[in-house]
Design a protein around this ligand. Structure first.
Ligand code: ADP
Ligand code: MG
Length: 327
C-alpha cells in the first residue's frame, strides 16, 4: 500500500507549495484559529505546520497516514462529490510516502499528545507519547528524498519558497479570522493576528499586499440582493508599480475566471482609461440558494449558472466605485 501512496503522490504532491496547501487546508478543516508555518530551504529541506485545531485521537493517528482514510466523508452526497472531484483522504498518505514525516497531535479533551512517524515507504505502526498542546503539528522533511526523478523537477529554494508563500498569502486573504505566522530559514516573513474589525482587515491587506496598495486603492462594498462585492482595487498610480497581484474570491475560495477578469478589466478601462491590468483583492459573496454557483474545491474554477448576471454585477459595482474617485 505504501507503494500505491507513492504513485498517488504524483497527483497531490508536486512541490513544497502543494504540501503546504494540503496541510493548511487540514488545519482549517480542524477549526484552527492559529497556524504557525516554519520552512527551511524553500520547504524542500523542511516544512512544518502547527495548528490549535481539534487534533487527532491517538487511535486515529496511524489511520491519518493511510490512504483514503478521511474522516470527512460522512454522507452519500459527499461520496458523490468524491466521485466527481477525485479521491480525498490521501494527502497525508501521499506526502508521507515521499518524505520523512512526523505527525504529532493532541485531541481536544485528551490528556496527552502522541506522535507517529513515517519515512518514505516505511511507516512505524507504533504511536509514541509526545508533548504538544491541543492541536496538530505536521513536520515534513527531505521532500522527494526517495524519488530522485521527482526531486529533479524542483527549482531553486527561492522559487519554491515563492510558490509556497503565495499559497499562504491566498489563504491568509481568505481567512481573516485565523492568525498566521510564516518563517523561512528562522526569519519571520509574515505575522498576522486574527482580523475581526474593518481596521484589522485593512491592516492585514497592508501586510500582505503592501501599504502602498492600501493607500492607492478604492474600497468597494456593494450589495445587490443575493450578490455582494467587497474589497480593494488599486488605482492607476499604484498599478504603475511593479506589483501584479490579482485576487478574486468567490464565497471564500480564490478563483481565476475569464468572465470575472473581463468584467473587472472592462470597468477599469471604462472609467480610468488605463490599459494596464488592475491590481485587486476582491471578494464576491453569492447566495447559492438564489444564484447557482459551483466553486471547485481543489482547482481554481468557478461555474455560475447565470454568468451574465454575475458579470454585470461586478462590472457595474466597480464602475460605480471607480467613478467616485476618477481624477
Ligand atoms: P482529508 O483531509 O481529505 O480527509 P488528509 O490525508 O489530508 O485527507 O487527512 C487525513 C485525515 O487526517 C483527515 O481526514 C483528518 O481526520 C486528519 N487530519 C489531518 N490533518 C489534521 C489536522 N491538522 N487536524 C486534525 N485532523 C487532521
Ligand atoms: Mg486534507
Amino acid at each position: 500500500p505504501r507503494l500505491a501512496n507513492q504513485i498517488a503522490a504524483g497527483e497531490v504532491v508536486e512541490r513544497p507549495a502543494s504540501v503546504i496547501k494540503e496541510l493548511l487546508e487540514n488545519s482549517l478543516d480542524a477549526g484552527a484559529s492559529r497556524i504557525d508555518i516554519d520552512v527551511e530551504q524553500g520547504g524542500i529541506k523542511r516544512l512544518q505546520v502547527r495548528d490549535n485545531g481539534s487534533g487527532i485521537h491517538a487511535d486515529d493517528l496511524p489511520l491519518a497516514l493511510s490512504r483514503h482514510a478521511t474522516s470527512k466523508i460522512l454522507t452519500l452526497e459527499d461520496l458523490e462529490a468524491v466521485a466527481s472531484l477525485g479521491f480525498r483522504g490521501e494527502a497525508l498518505a501521499s506526502v508521507s510516502s515521499v518524505s520523512r514525516l512526523v505527525l504529532t497531535s493532541r485531541a481536544e479533551g485528551a490528556e496527552h499528545a502522541f506522535r507517529v512517524i513515517a519515512e518514505g515507504r516505511d511507516m512505524a505502526t507504533e504511536v509514541s507519547p509526545a508533548a504538544h498542546p491541543q492541536g496538530t503539528t505536521v513536520e515534513v522533511r527531505d521532500l522527494f528524498f526517495n524519488t530522485p526523478a521527482r526531486r529533479k523537477f524542483l527549482r531553486t529554494d527561492k522559487t519554491e519558497y515563492g510558490h509556497l508563500e503565495e499559497v499562504v498569502r491566498r489563504l491568509a486573504l481568505s481567512r481573516f479570522d485565523v492568525g498566521f505566522t510564516l518563517r523561512h530559514n528562522q526569519k519571520v516573513s509574515l505575522s498576522l493576528s486574527p482580523a475581526r474589525t474593518e481596521l484589522e482587515r485593512e491592516k492585514r491587506i497592508g501586510q500582505l499586499c503592501g501599504s502602498a496598495f492600501l493607500q492607492q486603492s478604492v474600497v468597494v462594498d456593494i450589495n445587490n440582493g443575493p450578490l455582494r462585492l467587497h474589497g480593494w482595487v488599486g488605482l492607476p498610480t499604484f498599478s504603475r508599480s511593479q506589483q501584479d497581484q490579482q485576487y478574486f474570491f468567490v464565497n471564500g475560495r480564490v478563483i481565476r475566471d475569464r468572465l470575472v477578469a473581463h468584467a473587472i478589466r472592462q470597468a477599469y478601462q471604462d472609467v480610468l482609461y488605463n490599459g494596464r491590468h488592475p491590481v485587486f483583492v476582491l471578494y464576491l459573496y453569492v447566495d447559492p440558494a438564489v444564484v447557482d454557483v459551483n466553486v471547485h474545491p481543489t482547482k481554481h474554477e468557478v461555474r455560475f449558472r447565470d454568468g451574465r448576471l454575475v458579470h454585470d454585477f461586478i462590472f457595474s459595482s466597480l464602475h460605480r466605485a471607480l467613478a467616485e474617485v476618477r481624477p
